[in-house]
Design a protein around this ligand. Structure first.
Ligand SMILES: Cc1cc2nc3c(=O)[nH]c(=O)nc-3n(C[C@H](O)[C@H](O)[C@H](O)COP(=O)(O)OP(=O)(O)OC[C@H]3O[C@@H](n4cnc5c(N)ncnc54)[C@H](O)[C@@H]3O)c2cc1C
Length: 388
């Protein structure tokens, strides 16, 4: 049984901004036994299209979904778990936590210093630029969400400043193919969690600077800078109404450029090894991220130039309803490839759960197979134990 507090595809219905499109191309939208089969495989789905895609999957899979059922508590009992919901209680022997990785926006504690004259928004509450007061906007964070919102808000005519910390730079297309095609064929996205040297770091990496547009455009800091978005360093503190930025832009840019180059090298190696099988364009290299001519180290938020702040500083899962002691000191689930640290408890849909692609739609299939294999083994084992 699948319990859902809202409707099927709830996060896409309720928690996304209006203009958002998937950053994964249509051909990559696939779920177990089901895939995109429309006329535009290289396009990027709008939210309405994603909702239709996931809803149709629920029908085709005939999944036993109980919507409008919020889980309010889960606790371990003999032989499984007691699940309390606002629509009655349930008992189950095994349980898969599939409640998402992006339930709540992560806003750093320094937000407490924002003066009351400046409005704060998070990506879960943001819908379109008209929501924001007229005037300057500070977007904090330059991962997929931050660069997309900075671009959209800038196009609405508001002066935008983007504060940049660690980020992952990617071109939309490389050697004539979508960059996510390269991630797929070169095996990067399939890399398993137990083959990754620093798994904790891989799991906390920011999302890549990518956007899905019909024109397949690259959206990086050079694009934003050329359009007139002001670029400042990482927001380090807010003191007496003044936002203080780190001066480390040069290092952040160098690191992101270097990592992008290394990834492109991996793609090139793959292309060399498969030259007889696939046709790709010539090797490309991109202009390094330009250091802005001026980049203030502080902005006085009380002076009226900044009227709102968009905190594009990431998301966190929400397990407030999970009364099983399986969270670490930061509130993340303790698990080994989705096998949670409690008998019969599993998870899916978390960053690098079993593969680099785990948190993307197309990552669900392989992970679901592995996790359900383990789950079936656990059930078979417990059936055996109860017979002995
Ligand atoms: C802004 C944004 C853009 C993204 N873009 C892409 C993209 O382009 N391509 C891509 O592949 N992925 C993208 N993702 C990642 C995307 O979220 C996942 O691919 C996909 O939604 C994960 O599905 P899920 O079912 O694991 O989690 P979710 O979609 O978050 O679903 C979890 C569900 O659990 C329900 N739930 C939570 N708590 C409870 C409770 N207590 N009781 C009952 N129900 C509960 C929620 O209502 C929700 O419907 C994006 C994510 C974000 C935040």
């Amino acid at each position: 049984m699948v319990l859902e507090r809202g409707e099927v595809a709830n996060s896409w219905r309720r928690e996304r901004w209006e203009s958002l499109r998937l950053l994964t191309p249509n051909w990559q939208s696939r779920l177990p036994g089901y895939r995109y089969e429309g006329a535009d495989p290289d396009g990027f789905m709008t939210m309405a299209e994603v909702i239709a895609f996931v809803s149709r999957y629920a029908e085709v899979a005939a999944a036993p979904v109980r919507t409008k059922t919020t889980v309010t508590s889960i606790r371990a009992v003999d032989e499984g778990y007691h699940v309390a919901t606002d629509a009655g209680d349930l008992h189950c022997r095994t349980l898969v936590l599939a409640s998402g990785a992006c339930n709540v926006p992560h806003v750093p504690a320094i937000c407490a210093g924002v003066p009351s004259s400046v409005a704060s928004f998070t990506p879960l509450g943001y819908r379109n630029p008209a929501q924001l007061p007229e005037g300057g906007v500070l977007v904090v964070g330059a991962s997929a969400t931050g660069v997309q919102l900075a671009d959209e808000i800038h196009r609405s005519g508001r002066p935008v400043t983007i504060s940049v910390g660690e980020h992952v730079r990617l071109p939309r297309t490389y050697r004539g193919r979508d960059v996510l095609w390269w991630m797929d064929v070169s095996g990067v996205w399939n890399q398993r969690y137990d083959e990754i040297d620093d798994l904790a770091r891989a799991r906390s990496l920011p999302s890549p600077q990518l956007v899905g547009t019909p024109g397949r455009t690259t959206l990086d800091l050079n694009t934003l800078g050329s359009a007139g978005v002001a670029i400042v360093g990482r927001l380090a503190a807010i003191r007496d109404g003044r936002a203080l930025f780190s001066g480390g832009l040069r290092n952040q840019f160098a690191l992101a450029d270097l990592k992008m180059e290394r990834l492109l090298d991996t793609f090139d190696d793959w292309a060399d090894a498969h030259a007889h099988e696939v046709e790709v364009g010539a090797r490309e290299r991109f202009e390094p991220t330009r250091i802005p001519a001026t980049s203030p180290l502080e902005l006085d938020l009380r002076r009226g130039a900044i009227r709102s702040i968009v905190w594009a500083t990431g998301f966190r899962p929400d397990y407030r309803w999970l009364d099983v002691p399986v969270l670490d000191h930061k509130g993340y689930l303790r698990h080994d490839g989705g096998v949670v640290d409690a008998p019969g408890l599993y998870a899916i849909g978390l960053p690098v759960l079993r593969r680099r692609k785990s948190t993307f739609i197309h990552g669900a299939e392989d992970d679901a197979r592995d996790v359900t294999d383990h789950l079936a083994g656990y059930l078979a084992g417990s059936a055996l134990r109860s017979r002995v």
